[in-house]
Design a protein around this ligand. Structure first.
Ligand code: BDR
Ligand code: CA
Length: 311
């Protein structure tokens, strides 16, 4: 089986780290590079976290630093949920290697050239790096097969009543992607809120006591407590959805739709406006909006992935 070459762009917090741990175990995917963007924590911390997760997996994937802030908005972190260091204040050894010298967007373009139209981009943070690459390299839209994102929602948001975190953080960058002509797969809150592990499932994973499962347990304590206080049935692993979709689309449901991002209004800034439920249809269907997931299969694959790592 030939593997799908994927580029992973992240703001490595708790669920980004978990998504990377998943991607690394999936036979269908070959990670060719990872870029880091300011989001859950500042980009230097994101880069450190990403290198540490690669070391934890014993896979020194090339890692590149990208944007330090959104295009036009001020930068805001999400430490209240992801902890001060972004990985739930879990402690990992210092990274054994350095990020590449190239900027994220240059490295992404170089990889896209190398894979001649086959590269798929999985983007699970604010879309600043991806949009910068699109603007800097007009040929990128022919070189990238599709971009699978965790971001947005066809209904309400989790950061404002209208907007989801990754899109709200850099709405102009997100709109640049949706307008680019590159096919987008959008895993928004409709699907990612269903992609969770319960406390019992996290305990089952923890019982394996490997470096990875011990890390996962430590990393998720804070975000699990916050999720519980919000009345959620478990800890959502939002960023794992586009990873799993790239390898196993049969586990998901969704629909083609037009999607654009509100960049003007104060009240609805960063809302992903879709025509899914509208009588008025956008003329162009630029996005596959994922709306549902087989949660039992998701939980099994996710747990098996975490438990598959050996010391
Ligand atoms: C998204 O925002 C971040 O906090 C998570 O890592 C995920 O990418 C969920 O809205
Ligand atoms: Ca993320």
């Amino acid at each position: 089986m030939s593997k799908i070459p994927v580029w992973f762009d992240a703001d490595t917090g708790v669920d980004d780290a978990t998504a990377l741990l998943l991607a690394n175990t999936l036979d269908e995917l070959e990670i060719v590079g990872i870029s880091c963007v300011a989001g859950n924590v500042p980009v230097d911390q994101v880069t450190k976290n990403t290198l540490q997760i690669c070391d934890l997996m014993n896979k020194q994937y090339p890692v590149y630093k990208g944007a330090e802030k959104p295009w036009f908005k001020e930068y805001h972190d999400a430490c209240f949920f992801h902890g001060k260091n972004g990985i739930g204040d879990a402690i990992l050894p210092e990274p054994t290697y350095e990020p590449g010298e190239a900027k994220a967007w240059d490295a992404l373009h170089e990889a896209a050239l190398r894979y001649e139209g086959k590269l798929e981009v999985i983007a699970v943070g604010p879309l600043t790096n991806i949009a910068t690459a699109i603007v800097k390299y007009p040929d990128l839209k022919k070189l990238v097969k599709r971009v699978l994102i965790m971001g947005g929602s066809a209904s309400g948001g989790n950061t404002t009543p209208a907007a989801e975190f990754n899109i709200y953080e850099d709405p102009h960058a997100a709109q640049t992607l949706f307008m680019s002509g590159i096919p987008v797969v959008m895993c928004g809150l409709e699907v990612t809120m269903k992609a969770y592990l319960t406390m019992e499932q996290i305990d089952e994973v923890h019982a394996h006591h490997t470096s990875v499962t011990d890390f996962y347990y430590a990393c998720t304590r804070r975000s699990h407590t916050v999720s519980k206080s919000l009345g959620l049935p478990g800890l959502c692993i939002h960023d794992a959805c586009p990873v799993l979709f790239a390898a196993h689309p049969e586990l998901f449901k969704g629909e083609e739709a037009g999607v654009f991002v509100e960049t003007q209004s104060e009240l609805t800034l960063g809302k992903t406006v879709t025509d899914l439920y509208s009588d008025f249809q956008f003329p162009e269907k630029n996005t596959f909006v994922v709306t549902d997931i087989d949660r039992d299969k998701f939980a099994k694959i996710m747990m098996d992935a975490l438990m598959s790592y050996r010391d």
